[in-house]
Design a protein around this ligand. Structure first.
Ligand SMILES: [Zn+2]
Length: 435
């Protein structure tokens, strides 16, 4: 009997300790993930020093990125620094321990315990109630739980800041920095930077570049505007600017139709110079409202367009379903292209992951619509040399979100430029986009 009890006790001990060990491992894994993520981002900035522990993040930021940026570009990053150092502070567990011990000591002094006695109290069953009482009424301990939340928020904002810096790097041809002001050329970039600025409370000064009026010196056609739409919906469920109003869209299509424009499929771009006013209309993502709102208008004005579907998201809540996709693909209104399987930023993926996103979406879409899929639009416009090389194995053309018209004589075959059409664009503004 005694032996049985002993075995039982041993078993319980083993279970408890293995639980504790696995919890520790879980915490460590989480920490490692954050470090890995940050490392990945820093590599983008060509940092030579990988981050070894969370406290180094502050150092690396200051040494390799922020100081650089400040020196070269005078960007106002005090707020960024502050956020990061606060994060590091709250992530400094050693310091937290020290504070805890001090706090305990303070408490034990107040009630005439020495620290040793207090610690004993915590372990002494007789005084357990008293110890728990002290523990529960200790403000610092109470705050520790709140601190945890704070820490998580900092980690989140750190990741967001990384994303923002990566975005700035990727789009560095679209802005200049003058003292503390970011002067942005492209509407799309302007909007995105504004969103980051607001969400991260960075307090950067952001301005739109004032366009110089260019005199027309050459009448021969060398470029084609590739318009980029997402949704056509009066009451958007997502980022508002991505959804053009139904009447705006109709106004724009009517204008194209009545003013001699010839909309083309992307696969026809090489013939664009055969037309006096070629234009290419594209839609990313495959939202349901493109089927319900844009498709009838395009049919009404007899216009062609191009649609880039996220193969893994077809049949999702706000997306077209399989039948709609098939119908659209067979309508001769739309040429269907790929927008990958999962809409991940391709440049942030490994080669294997890029290969999967690019090839599997083509395969699945072709099976679905029974037509060849030869064009891809990079999700969020993210691409690098690897993405181009892999895409060129499967597609004839690839679209980026780099702002501008595409040059017909000298095509950027795997990084074609596009022009965003935003919600609330007046017809005047729309006309300007075409010119
Ligand atoms: Zn997209």
């Amino acid at each position: 009997m005694k032996r049985k009890i002993l075995i039982c006790c041993c078993l319980i001990l083993i279970i408890i300790s293995s639980f504790l060990v696995s919890y520790k491992i879980y915490e460590k894994k989480k920490q490692e993930k954050i470090i890995a993520l940050t490392n990945e981002r820093f590599n983008f900035f060509k940092s030579n020093e990988p981050i070894k522990n969370p406290n180094d993040q502050d150092l690396i930021y200051l040494q390799n990125i922020l100081v650089e940026k400040e020196k070269n570009e005078n960007i106002n990053i005090n707020k960024v620094k502050q956020l990061i150092s606060e994060y590091v502070k709250s992530n400094n567990l050693e310091q937290a321990d020290e504070l805890l011990i001090n706090e305990i000591q303070k408490y034990s002094n107040n009630i005439n315990y020495t620290q040793e006695e207090f610690k004993k109290t915590l372990n002494n069953n007789v005084n357990k109630t008293l110890a728990i009482d002290i523990y529960n009424n200790n403000d610092f301990i109470k705050n520790l739980n709140k601190e945890k939340k704070k820490r998580e928020e900092y980690i989140k904002s750190l990741t967001e800041i990384n994303n923002f810096l990566v975005y700035l790097e990727e789009n560095n041809s679209n802005y200049v920095i003058n003292e503390n002001t970011l002067i942005i050329k492209d509407d799309n970039v302007l909007e995105k930077v504004n969103t980051y600025n607001e969400n991260l409370n960075l307090q950067l000064t952001i301005k739109k570049e004032e366009k110089q009026i260019k005199p027309v010196i050459n009448n021969s056609l060398t470029t084609v505007p590739i318009l980029c739409y997402h949704g056509v919906l009066d009451n958007p469920w997502g980022i508002e600017s991505l959804f053009v109003r139904v009447n705006e869209f109709e106004e724009q299509m009517k204008y194209l139709s009545e003013n001699g424009y010839t909309p083309l499929f992307v696969s026809e771009i090489k013939n664009a110079s055969n037309y006096e006013k070629p234009v290419i209309i594209t839609f990313d993502d495959g939202y349901l409202d493109v089927y319900t709102n844009a498709f009838p208008i395009l049919k009404k004005y007899n216009l062609k367009a191009n649609l880039y579907m996220i193969s893994g998201w077809i049949n999702g809540d706000v997306y077209m379903n399989t039948d709609m996709t098939k119908e659209i693909a067979n309508s001769s209104v739309f040429e269907i292209g790929s927008h990958t399987v999962n809409h991940k930023a391709l440049a942030t993926l490994s080669n294997e992951e890029i290969e999967y996103e690019v090839s599997k979406s083509k395969e699945d879409l072709e099976k679905m619509i029974n037509k060849s899929v030869d064009v891809i639009a990079y999700p969020t416009g993210s691409f690098d040399q690897r993405v181009i090389e892999i895409s060129s194995k499967y597609y004839k053309y690839a679209l980026s979100t780099i702002n501008g018209k595409e040059n017909i004589q000298n095509l950027n075959q795997y990084s074609m430029r596009r022009i965003y059409v935003h919600r609330n664009s007046s017809l005047e503004k729309f006309k300007n986009l075409l010119n």
